[in-house]
Design a protein around this ligand. Structure first.
Ligand SMILES: [Zn+2]
Length: 145
């Protein structure tokens, strides 16, 4: 069978290549002085350690960026010029514009009664108030102004 023969040849070459690589490595190893062997081992270990350190560093950077992003999402961007009124540190304060929904004001409810609800359609019952919320990363205080 021709296909069996092809398979056998492929297996034979793969085997031959593996043996060749092993022998080559053995020859290179035997030619190296013990000092060179130690050096190669050291370089390998250093490479491994560098890769590991890189991995840890990039993971830490990733975690920090996620943490920062969630803080920015929650409290807005950092304004480097603002000094925290609680801990007096500069560069830790986030500021975010917030809308506080206030309930129905007495005046509006009365006006609604008098005009038969027309003014309610125009202005709505609840009043929205724009404000700013600040948060300090250093002392973890959150306040409005
Ligand atoms: Zn603070």
């Amino acid at each position: 069978m021709e296909s069996d023969l092809t398979l056998l040849i492929i297996i034979f070459f793969a085997f031959a290549l593996t043996v060749f690589l092993i022998i080559r490595k053995l020859i290179i190893n035997s030619k190296m002085t013990p000092e060179e062997k130690v050096k190669v081992k050291k370089v390998k270990a250093e490479k491994k350690a560098a890769i590991e350190a890189d991995r840890i560093k990039s993971h830490e950077t990733y975690l920090r960026s996620i943490e920062q992003q969630s803080v920015i999402n929650n409290y807005g961007n950092i304004y480097p010029e603002i000094i925290c009124p609680h801990c007096q540190k500069k560069g830790y304060v986030h500021v975010k514009q917030v809308t506080n929904k206030k309930g129905v004001s007495g005046g509006k409810a009365t006006a609604a009664l008098l005009t038969g609800g027309i003014s309610l359609l125009a202005t709505g019952l609840s009043r929205k108030e724009q404000g700013s919320q600040a948060h300090c990363d250093n002392c973890s205080m959150t306040w409005s102004f």
